[in-house]
Design a protein around this ligand. Structure first.
Ligand SMILES: *Cc1c(COP(=O)(O)O)cnc(C)c1O
Length: 380
């Protein structure tokens, strides 16, 4: 690695989180979500570690991501969440992937005469994003029953507000899901799996309602944690949710090294458009990381990085490939010193939530935006 910017992915922390979530899921299975390049952590490395630790399923976005996960995990079941696109079916069959489907045209695309394709049917219970709407379910089930090449292996839905504790929405969505599931079994279809809920649902309220619904039909319940696997707890609103902040462990640490140092005098500026102007004699360190690596330009003049266990403020604009930090108050900084963008150093920690809060987004986007040119390095 010549240009020193990299992300360390801790296998032991990923497995710590997975085991904690598995214990909370009780009798329900987990469907760990490794879409979006494993939330920026690397699909292949995360898939391999989770499968080796006993995951039975993984969820990716596309057939293309599924092919990556399959290469890492020959045995496991892999769900492609985002439907069946034209041309996907052959690759899905070749790599034994299970696509989610809900449109009549997707069922047509997935059906390959002579081949058995498992699918999971998504029910739209109020997210209005993917899934068959309840009023269209009956016709879709007729189509499914008339297509012997498709095997209905699972039924799912997705909740839009599980972290809003005082909202009745999740309960209402669950009731619509249960009605759809009852209809599916009444028509003689026998999916093995019923799944719903993201990280939030594993932590609160847990799997009980889903386990009960699955048990009624002789199916198995599954929950789909994503963000929590990578060590970030959801934030509950509208009531006191469980506090998992200290129990989950962030898996990714994003690092760089000091490339250059200089001192500027009071009144001199740093970076594009001179948005940083020194009010005293100022020591600046240069880091070879910028927005092309996924360090948001919105952190210009607002974010900090860790150097020698202390916080160094970002001075002026984040450039495409470079960022300047103010190390005036951190004595002894040298070229080659390790800088932490996300992670811990000495007593200090910066999380993806810190970045997200500064720029008005969510940790998901911070982690996913760490770009492909940042090598992911597996540690412990
Ligand atoms: C991304 C996703 C999840 C995981 O959500 P988290 O909030 O990251 O736990 C679960 N289910 C579906 C359908 C998703 O798209």
């Amino acid at each position: 690695m010549s240009r020193p910017v990299w992300a360390e992915i801790s296998r032991s922390k990923l497995l710590h989180n997975f085991r904690l979530l598995r214990s909370l899921a009780g009798p329900a299975e987990l469907l760990p979500v490794v879409k979006g390049n494993g939330y920026g952590h690397g699909t292949a490395a995360c898939s391999r570690a989770l499968a080796a630790d006993g995951a039975r399923w993984l969820a990716v976005t596309s057939v293309e991501e599924g092919v990556t996960a399959r290469a890492a995990c020959p045995e496991i079941d892999i769900l492609a969440l985002s439907g069946v696109w034209q041309g996907d079916a052959d690759a899905a069959l070749a790599h034994h992937l299970t696509p989610v489907a809900w449109e009549p045209a997707q069922l047509d695309e997935a059906a390959r005469p002579g081949k058995q394709m498992p699918i999971h049917l998504e029910i739209d219970t109020g997210m209005s994003r993917q899934g068959v709407q309840p009023e269209a379910l009956s016709a879709l089930l007729d189509q499914l029953r008339a297509t012997p090449w498709l095997r209905l292996d699972g039924v799912l839905t997705h909740f839009h507000s599980p972290e809003i504790l005082d909202s009745p929405a999740t309960g209402e969505q669950f009731a619509r899901f249960a009605t759809a599931v009852d209809m599916i079994f009444a028509r003689g279809l026998r999916p093995r799996w019923l799944h719903a809920g993201n990280s939030t649902s594993v932590l609160f309220p847990g799997p009980a309602a889903l386990v009960k619904l699955a048990g009624k039909h002789g199916a198995k319940a599954m929950l789909r944690p994503g963000l929590s696997l990578y060590g970030y707890a959801p934030r509950f609103t509208g009531g006191d949710g469980p506090d998992f902040a200290g129990k989950l462990q962030p898996v990714l640490a994003w690092k760089s090294r000091v490339a250059s140092l200089r001192t500027i005098e009071a009144g001199e500026s740093a970076g594009y458009c001179a948005t940083f102007r020194a009010i005293r004699r100022t020591r600046l360190a240069l880091l070879p990381v910028g927005y092309a690596d996924g360090l948001s330009r919105l952190l210009s003049g607002r974010g900090t990085v860790l150097l020698r266990g202390r916080r160094a403020p970002i001075a002026g604009r984040v450039s495409m490939d470079l960022t300047i930090v103010d190390v005036t108050d951190i004595p002894g900084v040298e070229i080659g010193d390790e800088a932490v963008l996300i992670g811990s150093q000495g007593p200090e920690t910066i999380t993806a939530y810190d970045h997200a809060d500064l720029i008005g987004t969510i940790p998901y986007e911070i982690l996913c935006n760490i770009s492909a040119r940042v090598p992911r390095v597996e540690v412990d």
